[in-house]
Design a protein around this ligand. Sequence first.
Ligand SMILES: *[C@@H]1O[C@H](CO)[C@@H](O)[C@H](O)[C@H]1NC(C)=O
Length: 357
Amino acid sequence: MTAIRQNTRCHLVIAACSISLLLVFLGLRTSNHTTPTWSLSHSQQPAPLVHDTEHDLARAGNGTLGFEKVLVLGLEERSDKRDVMILSSSLTGFEVEFVDAVKGEDVLDKARPAGFTMTEGVLGSWRAHMNAIRSVLERQLSSALIMEDDIDWDVRIQSQMPEFAKGVRTLSKSPLNEPQDSPYGDDWDILWPGHCGEVGPEDKDEPIYVITNDATVAPKEHQPWLKMLKDYPEGTRIVHRGITPICTFAYAVSRRGAQKILAALAIKTTYDLAFDNQLMFSCKDKALDLKCYSVEPMLFYHHRPAGSVNKDSDIQGSKQEDTDNIREKGITDNIVWSTRLNLEKLIAGSRDYVTQW
Ligand SMILES: *[C@@H]1O[C@H](CO)[C@@H](O)[C@H](O)[C@H]1NC(C)=O
């Protein structure tokens, strides 16, 4: 008995030392600016591993916003949009890759899922999103944030994403004190930080995650879509289960999410609708047990640049009245310090940002 116990203790000491060494090694590799929160215990027992939650969540503000890739969908010919997108993301700390948009006429009838009757721009848009989502599986990515090419965000996006991640982790019950592969936790399919409106959970018992005193939230009177937030104080942002988000300005898919979406929306027709509505209903109906999370106000929103209104959309065709309609000043609803309106400030390193409100 004694021998066995001593032996066990001996193993424990060796284990403690190896774990500590491993921690020192990992700590040196990953935290050159944060103080590690673990330490060697004097009693030579294995030191309890205190997980560094802040460090873990901070990955959501990394050079791909906590996803493995950021993919931007758009027509290759719209070099103007790609120029702005690359410039905006590089100035606010993340990198993007482009995925070519698809024209409806290039989708063969034979290539559509049975029963999918959409045509033209809507058909092309569906296919482009499917290509982006499929690439997550083809390239074996763990996740990707997929964005349209006319999207804007606050210059503080890298500090906003970790808060959003904390909300998603809390709601999806992915423990904050345990390491997860993704800073958003490992139990989500779709995250929807860029939409044009959402009703939020109607059931009062459904948990929500409330962020208060957030200086990046637009004043309520300037939030064009104020539903769920109207009874909350200024500066509130809410993370909740995605129920009816519309517009796919920016959404993320995990690997598991990509599998579910391809199964539901590419190889068969679950909803004969435009892609954003297909995705919305998939979330609402929890198709294939899809787990979606959304945030209000949204963190990404489409930008309407100064100049001819005709330049805005590549999905809707051009209308004569749009060519004649000139917008004096660029605008992005919901975004306080718009990156697109601050490109020159960011280049100059000025902190005197153009604020929309
Ligand atoms: C950001 O974090 C995610 C998740 O850990 C990771 O997959 C991705 O490679 C990281 N991006 C960069 C640029 O380090």
